[in-house]
Each structure stands twice: as structure tokens, then as C-alpha cells.
Design a protein around this ligand. Structure first.
Ligand code: ASP
Length: 342
């Protein structure tokens, strides 16, 4: 099943403005005659209004989950055509919303529209279809997880980040190995691919609560602004982007404000501003202080993953202690938890 949501892959230049705008699936197919030669049987579901993925939101994630859950038994795998801008958020969200996924869900798109001569969309789409249909000799799907295929790399969805706004090499996972590399052959790295409980059903989750903010520390950050943010009505969770291995300035006002927020039940997750490497809060005293005021380690999670996981847990649970506990454990391969000295 091919689900077309929009994105550059199916866009063309608007006649008046020249800016790229999403077109329907017929346009995409007309630009790609080789689609008909693919040996896999493919059905298509397209969003009524294809979007630029900057307009993606939790209601549309819910829609994608409804489509997949409704058709789950009829297909071997799912390919989602999606804009690159928020693809990593969607991949992370779907990984939590599709619990015990036993079939491939491969997101892909392109940097150049499919109608352009040098497009990267053809290869991305054709290889994604091949991956979504791939099986082991005993019939089990090769990659039963939510992943992103882009420019020769198959990546775990909830570990992925968009790293390049121009190059074809637009995605990577800095803290997890590739699930496969596609050259002349597709080489699967089976030891890194999730193995679900094949004898149990996939459980879809539809509710997401977006009462979450991301904030980035920087030298000179102001007390009144941080306090304002922490007192935002309805705020339930914060992804705090810290320095290096999870450090923050050691000013007492910051620690007091964070402590007051965590004691009120706001869940604060420490994610490093670095692209690679984990948070280790006990390594420096700035991180250690954060631990003492109730900030949780996000370990090696991406920002996209931490945001989606908070939304998923807030959508399905009210007990803050439970949510805090699950934020520090892997649900579907999204973090590598290491025990830190107290
Ligand atoms: N703005 C586009 C989108 O995310 C970019 C892309 O698809 O590459 O929909």
C-alpha cells in the first residue's frame, strides 16, 4: 500500500509564483512510467489534499494510523510518500502509534520533484517499495519497523534526523547503525532490525497530546523568559536542548525554576544539542544539578523522537510517574539506555 501525503516528490512549480506546490498522485505517476513495471502489486491511497510536510500535524498522523490499521491485514507492507521537512517527526510518531508493528512501514520522498530530470525521487520510491515487500525465506518481513529510506540508506524512523536541506543525502541516524544500505544490492543489517512479537497483533494508538515545547539553552538565556515558558498554561512536557553531554549553566535561578516545574508535574527531558552521542548527566556538575532538580536524561534520543514520544505518552496516560518512567526506557528501539552513577 502506497500512501501519498505530499512533499517535494510530487510537487511542481506554481505558474504564478514559481514556488513548489504539492500536486496529486496522477501527476507523480505521469512523471514516472517505470512505476507500472514494478513487479509488486501496489494500491494507492492519497491524502485528499496533498501537503507540504511543514503542515503535518498529530491529526494527520492519526489519519495515517487509521489508514494503516484499517488495511493492515490486506498488505505485506506500507510505503508513505512524505515531505522531507517533518519526515523524521512523522516516522518517530508512527513508531509509537503502531505498537508491535509486524510489517514494514517505509517513509520516503525526495529533494527534487519527480518531474525533474535529475530527481532523486525515482530511486527512493522504487527501492522503498522493494524494501516494503522484502521477506525472509520463511515469509517473515525483512524490516518489520517504521523506517526512512533515503539516498541509499535504510534508517530506523525514530532515530532519524534531516541533516541536509539541499544534498540528496538528506537523512541519517547518528546514534544507531543503518538498517540496510542499498547499492547494486540491498544489504540488510539484520542484527539491528527490530523483531516484534509476530504471534501478537499490532495495536494502533490514535491519541496524541501536543502540550509540549522544545527549548534550546544558549549563553545569555534570560530568567524572565525561561520562567514565562515554564508557566505556560497547559504545558505538560519540555524537550530541553542542552550543551554537550547534557550540561546547563549552573545559575541558581535556572535550577530553582526547573525544580519548581518538575515538582508541578512538568516532564523535562534533557537532549543534547550535539548531533551525535548521548546525554550523560553525571559527567559534569551542570548536568548533575539538572538530575537533582528532576530533569530526565533523554540518553541518545533525537529531538524529533523525544517530542513524539512525549505526545504519545501524554495522549494515552495521566500518571506523571509512569510517563517519567517510560521516557527513560526504550519502547521501540528509540534510545539506548545506559546506567549512570548516582
Ligand atoms: N517542503 C517540502 C516538504 O517537506 C520539502 C521536501 O519534501 O523535501 O514537504
Amino acid at each position: 500500500m502506497l500512501i501519498y501525503t505530499g512533499g517535494t516528490i510530487g510537487m511542481a512549480a506554481d505558474r504564478e509564483t514559481g514556488a513548489l506546490t504539492p500536486l496529486d498522485f496522477n501527476h507523480l505517476i505521469a512523471c514516472m512510467p517505470e512505476f507500472k513495471a514494478v513487479p509488486t502489486g501496489i494500491d494507492v491511497h492519497q491524502f485528499p489534499q496533498p501537503i507540504d510536510s511543514s503542515d503535518m500535524n498529530p491529526q494527520l498522523w492519526r489519519r495515517i494510523v487509521e489508514i494503516i490499521a484499517g488495511l493492515y491485514d490486506n498488505y505485506d507492507g506500507f510505503v508513505i510518500l512524505h515531505g522531507t521537512d517533518t519526515m523524521a517527526f512523522t516516522a518517530a510518531a508512527l513508531s509509537f502509534m503502531l505498537e508491535n508493528l509486524t510489517k514494514p512501514v517505509v517513509l520516503t520522498g525526495s529533494q527534487l520533484p519527480i518531474g525533474r530530470l535529475r530527481t532523486d525521487g525515482r530511486e527512493n520510491l522504487l527501492t522503498s517499495i522493494e524494501i516494503a515487500a522484502a521477506h525472509h525465506p520463511d515469509g517473515r518481513p525483512r524490516v518489520p519497523e517504521v523506517c526512512i529510506y533515503f539516498s541509499g540508506k535504510l534508517l530506523r524512523g525514530n532515530r532519524s534526523t534531516k541533516i541536509n536541506s539541499e544534498g540528496f543525502n538528506a537523512f541519517d541516524t547518528f546514534n544507531y547503525p543503518h538498517l540496510a544500505d542499498a547499492g547494486v544490492d540491498i544489504r540488510y543489517h539484520d542484527e539491528y532490525i527490530l523483531q516484534p512479537r509476530f504471534d501478537e497483533p499490532m495495536t494502533p494508538h490514535f491519541a496524541m497530546d501536543a502540550s509540549v515545547m522544545v527549548f534550546t539553552l544558549f549563553p545569555g538565556i534570560q530568567e524572565n523568559m525561561v520562567r514565562h515558558l515554564l508557566h505556560t498554561p497547559g504545558l505538560r512536557g519540555i524537550v530541553m536542548r542542552t550543551y554537550g553531554s547534557g550540561n546547563a549553566p549552573q545559575q541558581p535561578w535556572l535550577m530553582e525554576a526547573l525544580k519548581e516545574a518538575t515538582q508541578r508535574g512538568v516532564v523535562i527531558i534533557n537532549i543534547t544539542q550535539c548531533a551525535a552521542g548521548p546525554v550523560e548527566m553525571a559527567r559534569y556538575s551542570g548536568g548533575f544539578l539538572l538530575q537533582n532538580v528532576g530533569v530526565l536524561s533523554g540518553y541518545d534520543a533525537t529531538v524529533e523522537c523525544a517530542v513524539a514520544k512525549l505526545m504519545h505518552l501524554f495522549g494515552s496516560q495521566t500518571d506523571v510517574d509512569n510517563i517519567r518512567q517510560q521516557m527513560t526506557h526504550a519502547i521501540c528501539g528509540e534510545i539506548t539506555v545506559v546506567t549512570e552513577p548516582c
